[in-house]
Write a protein that binds this ligand. Structure first.
Ligand code: C5P
Length: 224
């Protein structure tokens, strides 16, 4: 069954309210740099103490040794999921994997806010699909647990990558808020239908008044 991951792209106070309101539900909370630094890491303990899964999303991309140490501390923190950029290269991914114990390491290919025009402007004459597949294939072959991809790419990736892997799918449109700066969006139903493993939703949810009700509706959609 697909899991729901809520991107806590908000400040510490609102993040605490959200965690409290969603107590007891089966959810993953994603913490990025803004919340992590503004809460000075404090939010991480709260997520763990409440029994939620923790996704530390810093999209590491640095020299191999630096990323290896970053993964070590993410492991020590008890994160269930974290991310690295596949463009960090073979050596960086291999070093990152040396520290992996329990944390799933997910590779980032091309951000869903980017498109073919951007690739062209960088001199890359490839379709988004082929470029994403190339990166995903490299990351999974090197041993990453999964990739971040848009809902529109899941089928193509699953068909063309031989090893099993997890798909983490942002760019979900829901209600009227999402999709402002993300080009390759799909609905919750579509993501589920295409076989997403973890769907990531942020702005379309985190400021809703009846958040618990909305989240329960989505969890119901995701049920097998
Ligand atoms: O607010 P929204 O639902 O668009 O949030 C999506 C979340 O997914 C953000 O936290 C963003 O960092 C993340 N994301 C990602 N990879 C992408 C696109 C978005 O991790 N390719």
């Amino acid at each position: 069954m697909a899991e729901l991951c809520i991107a806590l792209d908000t400040d510490k106070e609102r993040a605490k309210e959200i965690i409290e309101e969603l107590k007891g539900l089966n959810l993953v909370f994603k913490v990025g740099p803004y919340l992590y630094f503004s809460s000075r890491g404090e939010i991480v303990d709260r997520i763990k103490d409440y029994g939620f899964k923790l996704f530390i999303d810093f999209k590491f991309h640095d020299i191999p040794n630096t990323v290896r140490l970053a993964i070590r501390s993410v492991e020590e923190m008890g994160a269930d999921i974290t991310t690295v950029h596949i463009l960090g290269g073979k050596h960086m991914i291999e070093e990152a994997l040396k520290e992996r114990k329990k944390t799933k390491i997910i590779g980032v290919t091309l951000l869903t806010s980017q498109d073919e025009d951007f690739l062209k402007s960088m001199g890359i004459n490839s379709s988004v699909r082929d470029y994403v597949l190339k990166l995903a294939n490299a990351g999974i072959s090197l041993g990453l647990d999964g990739v971040v991809c848009s809902g529109r790419e899941i089928g193509y990736l699953k068909e063309n990558i031989k090893k099993p892997f997890i798909t983490v799918v942002p760019g979900i449109s829901y209600g009227e808020v999402a999709g402002r700066d993300q080009r390759r969006t799909v609905s919750v139903e579509e993501a589920k239908g295409k076989g997403a493993d973890i769907i990531v939703m942020g702005r379309s949810l985190i400021n809703r008044r009846n958040l618990r009700k909305e989240v329960m509706k989505i969890l119901e959609i995701l049920e097998p």
